[in-house]
Design a binder for this molecule. Structure first.
Ligand SMILES: Nc1nc2c(ncn2[C@@H]2O[C@H](COP(=O)(O)OP(=O)(O)O)[C@@H](O)[C@H]2O)c(=O)[nH]1
Ligand SMILES: [Mg+2]
Length: 263
């Protein structure tokens, strides 16, 4: 699919829905927001909710900080689709918003959009719960998204709008969101540095736990050295193989193994 096709689906999801859910990754909510998509929702007059997903990967303190720094234009809820936490609260928020805007008896639809890997499909499953029985398109619906029932009068469009990353988006963004294979990253050091910085900003405990290292007040280079030692990632002659450490860090980040909280 081309970028255009992806955007066409995002637009269609927005058009078909009464409320839009934009799914963000709790480890990097600002990076996973897309202002163009938010603008489209606004232009279409559709209310939008920011959902900070993967909250299980970060500490509550970090989630709170994120909620404060994300601008207040949109209501914001944090959830873990994987652990099904926050889903009831999110539904309540959605119901509040749509109830305010709708006529009684009207069937309302939720649309989900977001960058790849933010957990759109997981959220759709969590929201649909056991009711996840697919039905056909509603009569009068042009293209016919599949949709699932969330409650008696609320449905969920089953196809999320995937916001495409483009060549204009930085390699760093592609790498952190996970649309770029670590082996294809031109500057893995820069990506590894960013990951370490994210940890230095919001808590290094888990990084220490995960790699069994002690960080203290070390700098990036020392941390790489520590991880390399702990993982025995050495070049011939016993020097640390930094490249291998960068790849390990990026891999573990992309796979959601690195928690921004202590276990
Ligand atoms: N830890 C964690 N991982 C999640 C969560 N939601 C989704 N994921 C993982 O993130 C990856 C992408 O999820 P998916 O739902 O396919 O994302 P989509 O590409 O936006 O549809 C998968 O490996 C999921 O298991 C969550 O709440 N917590
Ligand atoms: Mg998906």
């Amino acid at each position: 699919m081309s970028m255009r096709d992806f955007w066409d689906i995002v637009k269609e999801v927005i058009e078909e829905s009464d409320v839009i859910v934009e799914v963000l990754d709790a480890r990097m909510p600002e990076l996973t927001r897309n202002k163009d998509a938010e603008r489209l929702a606004k232009l279409a007059g559709k209310p939008l909710i920011l959902v900070i997903n993967k909250a299980d990967l970060v500490s509550e303190k970090t989630v709170k900080q994120h909620r404060q720094t994300l601008d207040k234009t949109f209501p914001c809820v944090s959830v873990s689709s994987r652990e099904r936490r926050g889903i009831t609260l999110l539904k309540k928020k959605i119901f509040e918003i749509v109830k305010k805007r709708s006529r009684p008896g009207e069937f309302l639809k939720i649309g989900v959009i977001g960058y790849p890997n933010t957990g759109k499909s997981s959220l759709i499953n969590a929201l649909a719960g056991r009711r996840r029985a697919k039905t056909g398109p509603r009569p009068g619906q042009t293209r016919g998204f599949q949709w699932v029932r969330v409650s008696s009068d609320v449905g969920l469009i089953d196809t999320p709008g995937i916001i495409p990353l483009t060549g204009e988006d930085s390699e760093l963004k592609h790498a952190l969101i996970g649309t770029l294979d670590p082996s294809k990253i031109a500057d893995p050091e820069a990506v590894a540095r960013e990951i370490v910085t994210i940890f230095l900003d919001s808590g290094i405990k888990r990084l220490e736990e995960f790699y069994s290292i002690k960080i203290g007040d070390k700098e990036f280079e020392d941390i790489i050295e520590e991880i390399g030692k702990a993982r025995n990632m050495l070049k011939k002659g016993g020097k640390i193989d930094e490249k291998r450490v960068y790849f390990a860090l990026i891999n573990d980040w992309q796979r959601g193994k690195l928690l921004l909280k202590s276990m």
